[in-house]
Design a protein. Structure first.
Length: 356
């Protein structure tokens, strides 16, 4: 790419993002990644439109779904030079007590691009080398994908991947995914790849229809079923297909109060409720249901960086489809793409590509 390094900065809530030149210089333990692509996530829109506070004050470059090539390294990170990588959406420090005990997702020194540090809506980004996921270019080409495409692995794929791992999804399980746009669509595919029979619940018929060929056994429109009717429909489906009426694996991916209430209302004996979506709004729930059903609810912040290669394998091996659900846009059109994503005019996850 032959242009000066630049990034698109958010200066205020709702204000046009501004292209700004900068000098990408890595410190010790850091690398400079020439960005191939950066996915537009619901979280980015929350910062930009809803005023969700970022940890680093504005101006700040958003974007945490990043893939690219390492073009410069700081001391101690030289082994990454010229390698193609996916940057973790949340990079743990790797040194603290939490990291040493395998709890990197709650590392208090973690760095999230587009939140703690400048993110990937840029030509280049400076990030920690800790947790980088290498991308095998021959395998990528064999899978019919470009490096920009796998940027969304950094959140949209790895986040539900970790949720499925934490839920211990096994062959024979019934997995229910609430909200199947973006992250939820991948949650459904990943649960299917782990051997579960998958039920998808959404309010958008187009999103439900899009998953028909990707491992979903039953789709239900939440607008057409009350909470109780939805539960009865899933119970009937489970009985007809010889699936257990207990121990359902429920993935709330909508990030809406209605979706969270629906997910909680589907608890059954021994169920696992994975809270994957995010909303600033509050939901009134009867927590005693967890006790009565001997069920569990678990949050899911980012993804353990050690799981990234396994999630990427699902994509490169063709177990989870990526290409039908993403589309590339020029980075220079970031303001238009943000507006289109916010207004629900896009049917696929947008990936912003520098130099196009």
């Amino acid at each position: 790419m032959n242009f000066e390094p630049h990034r698109w900065e958010m200066t205020a809530v709702g204000a046009p993002l501004v292209r700004t030149p900068f000098d990408p210089a890595p410190a010790a333990g850091e690398v400079v990644v020439e960005v191939a692509g950066c996915g537009v996530c619901h979280t980015d829109l929350g910062y930009y439109y809803d005023g969700v506070r970022t940890n680093q004050p504005l101006p700040l470059t958003l974007g945490h779904e990043i893939s690219g090539r390492v073009v410069a390294t700081g001391a101690g990170a030289e082994a990454w030079q010229d390698r193609t990588v996916i940057v973790p959406a949340v990079a743990p420090c790797g040194q603290c007590d939490l990291c040493q005990r395998g709890h990197g997702t709650i590392c208090r020194a973690q760095k999230m691009p587009g939140n703690d540090i400048h993110g990937g809506f840029a030509s280049h980004v400076v990030v920690p080398a800790q947790g980088l996921c290498p991308v095998d270019e021959p395998r990528l080409a064999a899978a019919g994908l470009q490096l920009a495409d796998v940027s969304v692995v950094a959140d949209a794929v790895t986040t539900p991947y970790q949720a499925v791992v934490q839920a211990d999804v096994q062959p024979g399980d019934l997995a229910i995914v609430i909200g199947v746009g973006g992250v939820g669509g991948y949650a459904a595919q990943i649960a299917h790849a782990f051997g579960a029979t998958v039920v998808a619940v959404d309010v958008d018929p187009a999103k439900l229809a899009a998953l028909g060929d990707y491992g979903v056994a039953l789709t239900l429109n939440a607008r057409e079923h009350s909470g109780r009717d939805l539960r009865k429909a899933i119970q009937a489906f489970a009985k007809e297909n010889g699936l257990r009426a207990t121990e359902w694996k429920i993935f709330e991916c909508s990030g809406t109060p209605a979706g969270q209430a629906t997910a909680f209302g589907l608890l059954t004996f021994g169920a696992h409720l994975a809270v994957v979506g995010f909303t600033m709004e509050t939901v009134e729930l009867r927590l005693s249901n967890l006790m009565a059903f001997h069920a569990k609810a678990q949050g899911n912040w980012g993804c353990d960086v050690n799981l990234y290669p396994h999630a990427l394998d699902l994509i490169l091996d063709g177990c989870v489809a990526l290409a039908p659900f993403v589309e590339q846009h020029p980075l220079a059109e970031i303001n238009r793409v943000f507006a289109a994503a916010h207004d629900h005019q896009l049917t696929r996850r947008a990936i912003l590509v520098p130099g196009t």
